[in-house]
Design a protein around this ligand. Structure first.
Ligand SMILES: Cc1cc2nc3c(=O)[nH]c(=O)nc-3n(C[C@H](O)[C@H](O)[C@H](O)COP(=O)(O)O)c2cc1C
Length: 208
């Protein structure tokens, strides 16, 4: 049975445009994968705590030297990584907050990007260990012109960062759909949302 892991991160549940795009991507995935199962983690409704010093010590301690305290401090990271490993595809929805990702999503990333678990280091280079999976990303921006060549493109630290970090842990196939101008004039915002939803409809059948 194929599984899609869906991670939502907008603090808004009602009226969230990134979640709306995520719903459309989820529908497309379900259409292509009959009987597929969607596992959800809503970082706004059920936030993950920030990693702390003991978590970090646990991350960097060899397995045979790990203490019970470190094991407890890395248990949530184990669970979150397990969800990614168990999934065939990943869907992340996120708003732009202050030119980057919401801290709720960054907290999840800090648990999931973990040495020896999702990324290996041989002393020279890093190698992502989460391979053979597809990632779908839905982004919402309040302002406009973040697209390539747009006036605000240099200030988009959300899309480049998220795609980089997914690539860092091994994702090679990353599909990003964004909607801009969600806080703009109502008609233009509705048209932008409509265009983004149409883009999702036109995506080739979503892979598992
Ligand atoms: C705290 C906060 C910071 C924001 N910062 C930005 C920003 O830097 N650039 C921008 O274009 N929009 C910004 N916005 C607007 C959101 O990106 C926009 O409302 C988006 O639609 C939110 O996603 P959502 O609809 O999924 O909730 C910000 C919104 C909030 C609440």
């Amino acid at each position: 049975m194929k599984t899609l892991l869906r991670i939502d991160s907008s603090a808004r549940v009602e009226g969230s445009r990134s979640r709306q795009l995520g719903d459309a991507l989820e529908l497309r995935w379900r259409a292509g994968i009959p009987g597929g199962v969607v596992v959800r983690r809503d970082l706004a409704v059920d936030p993950v705590p920030h990693i702390d010093a003991t978590t970090i010590a646990g991350f960097f301690t060899p397995v045979d030297q790990i203490t019970d305290v470190m094991r407890a401090a890395t248990a949530l990271s184990d669970r979150l990584i397990g969800e990614v490993e168990a999934a065939d595809a990943l869907l992340i929805t996120a708003p732009m907050y202050n030119f980057g990702l919401p801290s709720a999503l960054k907290a999840w990333i800090d648990h999931v990007v973990r040495i020896r678990r999702t990324v290996a280091y041989d002393g020279v280079t890093f190698r992502g260990l989460v391979t053979g999976k597809v990632a779908y990303v839905a982004l919402a921006y309040g302002a406009g012109s973040y697209e390539a060549g747009g006036a605000l493109a240099p200030f988009d630290y959300a899309r480049p960062y998220l795609t980089h970090v997914l690539g860092f842990i091994g994702f090679r196939d990353i599909e990003v759909v964004g909607v801009e101008g969600t806080n703009g004039e109502e008609g233009a915002a509705a048209a932008a949302l409509d265009a983004a939803l149409k883009t999702i409809e036109r995506l080739p059948s979503l892979a598992a």
